[in-house]
Design a binder for this molecule. Sequence first.
Ligand code: DGL
Length: 256
Amino acid sequence: MYDSGLGGLSVWRAVRAALPDWPITYLADQAYCPYGPRSREEIIARALKVGHYLVSQGATLLVVACNTATTAAIAALRAELSLPIVGIEPAIKPAAAMSRTGRIAVLATEYTLASERVKTLLDDHAGDVDVLRRAGHGWVEQVEAGELSSERTRALVRKVVEPLIDENIDHIALGCTHYPFLAPLIREVTGDGIQLYDPAEAIARRVCDLLRRHGCDSQGDRYYRFITTSDDAGEMALRLPQLIGHPYPVESQPLD
Ligand code: DGL
């Protein structure tokens, strides 16, 4: 499983809960984080590098736990690697289907919001539903820094979410895997009247289905590996208890 950084740990939590006996290797491409402002070519180049590396480490299924990387690179990954690959995309379809007010918001990186994939999701699944698109400026960096509840993070969240309150939306689709870690701050603004939709559990169900379909058996060997492409593995190790509730050793693997 990989992400530009620590955001994909929101997917890791859900996959681990669904497959408690399955060994998972999680790679955070922190040397290149954030992906949001990067070009498609750069994101694809990193995806191929990370994908080949994870296969060399024994991966039998790859989860791209990053909306931005899925949007830019999943087709290239599928063309190059022969293992099953699960991507993640903004949950516009379920959020639009559940909306009673006919207005929802999707929060994601600018890269994802501007992508063809999102345009297609809107055309195919939003129909009569109005979808407000907003980027969480600075949110990824705050999660990477472990600032899940600082005043600066609260201000960055308010800036994006407060203007949505008067828009009569009833769902917010979280279209970046870092954002679920800011859900408590988002809820401080929205209260209970607006539902947040995080697709992590749907991804975990998809992973279970695929493993079953490909005849993979549980290894019965619970083993979690964490890798960062940053030189500083200690920084990520510090964040793991905060983000997933448990300390684990972190390896540094620059992949350059
Ligand atoms: N967590 C990522 C996503 O789901 C990437 C954020 C970034 O690196 O800009 O889009």
